[in-house]
Design a protein around this ligand. Structure first.
Ligand SMILES: Nc1nc2c(c(=O)[nH]1)N[C@H]1C(S)=C(S)[C@@H](COP(=O)(O)OP(=O)(O)OC[C@H]3O[C@@H](n4cnc5c(N)ncnc54)[C@H](O)[C@@H]3O)O[C@H]1N2
Ligand code: MOO
Length: 661
């Protein structure tokens, strides 16, 4: 790239910070709302069959009673309760049967006179005179000679009926004139059933606001297209389209903006024809820089806020033009989702006619220390697990899902989030916190697994889930899992910790109240690109001896404290090859670095090598076991897990993945 271009890029990036005039979230929201018309965008009349997910624009008032008549709720006989007084199996009462059968849908013609009864089916209309139904199970019939106009049939009633027994009164479900659903109600299958029951074939709903969604960034690739290193799949567009739909709006996908002004101009114009326009990414560079420039041209009033003192969400840009919201969300998926839910969703709800969302918070304890950046209110996604019995704050522990703003999984794994004050530098472990729930109900899982994750473990958990059990698995590494087990926060903590002094795995780390469920072994070895003569065809020892002095043979190391790092250090015995200080946090990260040529070798498990088509020189087996708080041993899901682990099917599946039992 010519120096001139680099100079221009650096200058442009420096300018970015300047146009960010960072304000508080409340101030940004207030400015945004000041210019918006937060009322629904018109109405549609739709057939009931097309009403799912729409928002009711008018109260629905019942024009009929439901049920519309007194009806029997069992198969049996319509009687006068008085006539059955004192009836028992030993002293039954005899009633003359009327010459009529009241199937559902029939209008009765013969009143039930004293001493008589009429056959009636479930759903049948109660005849005049009758005030109760006797179940067929409590009766018998007898036949005598029939007089004129009679059936000659007698009902023998073996049980007394109380007035109103097995009769549903007219209007007992819905009364005529009753408002059954209110304006602003989101229509689900349940509400649609109510509308059908009052005979409504059409419904007046709010017009669905059309929300245009545009992703910007040269690195974005639509899902389904081939990808190469350096590019990412466009996840924001899919997330936003789904989130917009969940809010009763209609997403209009504009795709990924190409980096020329003309097509960007066209797409933005297309977006402005909708009720709202959402862009994501590039509030600073490349095509995004152009999109910001285009948004900056909007008037009436145009941009109202660019930069909020929130994390995630700092580069959020809010604009309004002629009453239409135009928002540029940060590109990082967690930032985009977070700012969408806190700034955009309330506006879309209003445009869609939905009432403000109700939020629910629960008290929990933070099990680990959390550092925070001063100056911005920081929101941290957390996963909640039930702590040890008798623990404080409802016994919930809030595990931070600290994957950073760039993660796409934080939201889907999170139960809620907590806020850290802009002035705080950290929140200490053990601090009580309030967790804002993300809406989903907090169903306790049958099995809570906190620790190191592994493909083999996933396979076992998958079978448990297929058996109908619910599992919550948090990836916090071996040491984090061990600490969680000590605090009694999990059923199982998968760990692979090597004792540096003895080389023994896992057992040395147990403390009173904890036991070890033997897991499986994973072969660790040296990963390299196939065909690399420095490794191919050699033993691990030969390869290590060879690369030790080669400055251009780069190692990708593991993070301090990991079992693999301890193993690597033991192997190197004090030698510090190039790359020693570069640390990857997982087996996969080591494999990717080698596969993409950022490093030439690293130590990881064999399954990572096969996943990325790399060469592998075996070193030694690592033990991957499960720490179990003894108090949780008898929980059904724990027992099932242990049984599964020992089953031939799982042993076979693990072997196929390169693990041994
Ligand atoms: N020097 C500074 N750098 C950054 C700052 C800062 O204050 N100083 N702020 C950081 C913050 S905070 C955020 S958030 C990000 C936001 O950047 P942009 O909104 O300009 O977004 P991009 O640079 O385009 O992308 C960031 C990241 O997200 C990926 N991305 C973008 N769009 C999508 C999409 N549709 N689907 C999936 N992923 C997407 C993109 O590839 C980048 O990896 O900036 C920090 N930098
Ligand atoms: O929005 Mo950014 O997340 O603050 O990283």
């Amino acid at each position: 790239m010519p120096t001139e271009d680099i100079r221009r890029f650096v200058a442009q990036a420096a300018r970015q910070e300047q146009f960010l005039d960072v304000i508080s979230g409340e101030e940004a929201r207030a400015r945004f709302h000041r210019h918006l018309d937060l009322t629904p965008r018109g109405r549609d009349v739709v057939p009931l069959a097309a009403a799912l997910g729409r928002v009711l624009a008018e109260d629905a008032t019942a024009g009929v009673d439901v049920p519309g008549f007194d009806r029997a709720v069992v198969d049996g006989f319509a009687v006068r309760a008085d006539d059955t007084a004192g009836a028992t199996e030993d002293t039954p009462v005899r009633l003359r049967l009327n010459a009529e059968v009241l199937a559902a849908g029939r209008t009765p013609t013969i009143p039930v006179a004293p001493g008589t009864a009429t056959v009636i089916a479930t759903g049948g209309m109660m005849p005049r005179g009758a005030d109760a139904v006797v179940m067929v199970e409590h009766t018998d019939t007898e036949e005598t000679g029939a007089a004129a106009g009679e059936t000659g049939l007698w009902l023998v009633v073996g049980k007394a009926a109380t007035p109103g027994a097995f009769v549903a009164a007219a209007g007992s479900d819905i009364g005529r004139g009753e408002v059954v659903l209110r304006r602003g109600q989101l229509l689900t299958s349940r509400e649609i059933g109510v509308l059908a029951a009052i005979g409504q074939a059409e419904v007046t709903v709010f017009r669905r606001p059309r929300v245009a969604i545009l992703s910007t960034g040269d690195e974005l690739v639509a899902p389904g297209q081939p990808i190469r290193p350096g590019l990412v799949y466009d996840s924001n567009a899919a997330i936003l389209a789904a989130a917009v739909t969940e809010l009763g709006c209609e997403p209009v996908a504009l795709g990924i903006a190409a980096d020329d002004d003309e097509s960007l101009d066209r797409l933005i114009a297309q977006g402005l024809a909708c009720d709202a326009l959402l862009l994501s990414g590039g509030t600073s560079k490349g095509a995004g820089d152009r999109s910001h420039a285009m948004i900056a041209r909007l008037t009436d009033p145009g941009i109202v806020a660019h930069g909020v003192a929130l994390k995630p969400g700092k580069p959020l840009c809010l604009a309004v033009t002629a009453g239409k919201p135009v928002v540029v969300l940060p590109g990082f998926p967690t930032s985009a989702m977070f700012t969408f839910h806190s700034f955009v969703a309330p506006v879309l709800r209003a445009l869609a006619g939905l009432p403000p969302a109700t939020t629910e918070a629960v008290a929990a304890t933070l099990p680990v220390r959390l550092g925070s950046e001063r100056g911005r209110t920081e929101y941290v996604m957390v996963s909640l697990v039930q702590g040890a019995d008798g623990a404080e704050a409802d016994g919930l522990a809030a595990y931070p899902l600290s994957k950073g703003s760039g993660a796409v999984t934080a939201f889907s794994h999170a139960d809620g989030f907590l806020a850290i004050d802009a002035q705080a530098e950290a929140v200490e472990a053990g601090t009580p916190v309030s967790v804002q729930l993300l809406g989903r109900s907090l169903a306790p899982a049958d099995l809570i697994v906190v620790g190191s994750q592994c493909l083999g473990l996933n396979a076992v958990l998958g079978r448990l889930i297929a058996d109908g059990m619910t599992v919550k698995a948090l990836n916090v590494g071996s040491s984090g899992g061990l600490a969680a087990a000590r605090r009694g926060e999990c059923d199982l903590a998968p760990i692979h910790l090597m004792d540096a002094a003895t080389g023994a795995y896992n057992t040395p780390f147990l403390s009173p109240g904890l036991e070890l469920v033997p897991g499986y072994r994973r072969m660790q070895g040296i990963l390299f690109r196939p065909g690399d003569g420095r490794f191919a065809g050699k033993t691990a020892e030969e390869a290590l001896a060879g690369v030790a002095g080669q400055a251009d043979c780069i190692l990708i190391n593991r993070n301090a404290g990991s079992g693999t790092r301890i193993l690597t250090d033991r192997l190197l015995g004090g030698v510090r090859p190039t790359g020693y200080w570069t640390q990857a946090k997982s087996h996969n990260a080591v494999a990717v670095a080698v596969a993409q040529g950022r490093a030439d070798w690293g130590v990881a498990i064999s399954s990572a090598a096969s996943l990325y088509g790399l060469g592998f020189l075996p070193l030694r087996e690592e033990h991957y076991d499960f720490v179990l708080p003894t108090s949780r041993r008898d929980r059904p899901a724990v027992r099932r897990f242990i049984a599964l682990l020992e089953s031939a099917e799982v042993v076979q599946a693990l072997r196929e993945m390169g693990f041994s039992r």
